[in-house]
Design a protein around this ligand. Structure first.
Ligand SMILES: Cc1cc2nc3c(=O)[nH]c(=O)nc-3n(C[C@H](O)[C@H](O)[C@H](O)COP(=O)(O)O)c2cc1C
Length: 249
């Protein structure tokens, strides 16, 4: 599975089997985290056997049966976009390892056993583990909702796939509050209004966009991907969403 395939295969999974990552899985994930931490300068921690992170009273947005998570420790919100951008790379690597994930802002901040320096806190976590299923297709905006193309601009060959990948990115509450502008000079500007979770979303969306663009340059294409989408996934062709099968709950 390459990164583009991982983008198509990924869905948020909130129900896990209760089986923790084994040592080999944890080692492999830790290597990914080490690489991403070094490249980004972010404080990212794999918290093993930390199910209390998800012990919440709230029913909405609850993650169940998940023993392990990845915590992003930060002083300020000015790292939000980087957290989204680099965290989503970890999500894609986890997907390629056959694991399931869910970004979660709703978690038990006080019970989560991350190592936090003074004045820092866990900004967000990613639940990671073995889902009871691989998640399911959700509603999505269409490309026409989020894209503007400047008059006179030429659309690059990879553009539609990258937009599709952006629309497949996880965003808080599935808001998809981002815009993609293709400028006349070929520059692509991806923006999102506001701060906080929308900025984490922006980083995530940019990562999916960039990975799809790179994958296209390396010869990967969505036409290769239908085979990994048999278990209830969808292809978004610009402005149109097509269900290919039955997704899990
Ligand atoms: C920044 C962020 C925070 C999120 N927080 C939660 C959360 O607290 N609880 C939850 O169940 N899902 C959470 N999600 C997952 C979103 O609800 C999910 O990505 C969205 O509904 C789209 O579905 P998909 O990930 O299956 O594509 C969060 C996602 C993001 C990007």
């Amino acid at each position: 599975m390459d990164n583009l395939e991982a983008i198509y295969a990924r869905h948020s999974v909130r129900n896990y089997t209760g089986v923790a990552l084994d040592d080999a899985e944890a080692r492999q994930l830790q290597q990914v985290i080490d690489t991403v931490s070094a490249a980004s300068g972010l404080n990212i921690q794999l918290l093993r056997n930390n199910p209390q992170t998800f012990e919440l009273v709230a029913r909405f947005g609850a993650i169940r049966g998940c023993k392990d998570c990845i915590a992003f420790v930060a002083h300020k919100r000015d790292q939000d976009e980087a957290i989204g951008y680099w965290g989503q790379l970890i999500v894609l690597e986890a997907q390629k390892m056959g694991l399931n994930t869910c970004w979660a802002r709703m978690f038990a901040q006080r019970k989560c056993q991350a190592d936090c320096p003074p004045n820092a806190a866990v900004r967000i976590v990613i639940a990671v583990g073995h889902g009871v299923n691989n998640g399911s297709v959700r509603e999505s905006k269409s490309a026409t909702d989020v894209v503007t193309i400047a008059s006179g601009a030429t659309k690059p060959a990879w553009f539609d796939t990258a937009v599709e990948a952006a629309l497949l990115a996880p965003t808080a509450m599935n808001r998809q509050a981002f815009s993609i502008a293709l400028e006349r000079d070929g520059e692509v500007c991806i923006t999102a209004p506001g701060k906080g979770l929308t900025t984490i979303d922006l980083g995530i969306v940019r990562r999916n966009f960039d990975e799809a663009k790179t994958a296209c340059a390396n010869g990967s294409s969505p036409s290769n991907i239908d085979r990994v989408k048999r278990d209830g996934s969808f292809r978004v062709t610009l402005g149109k969403e097509t269900q290919l099968g039955n997704g899990g709950a």
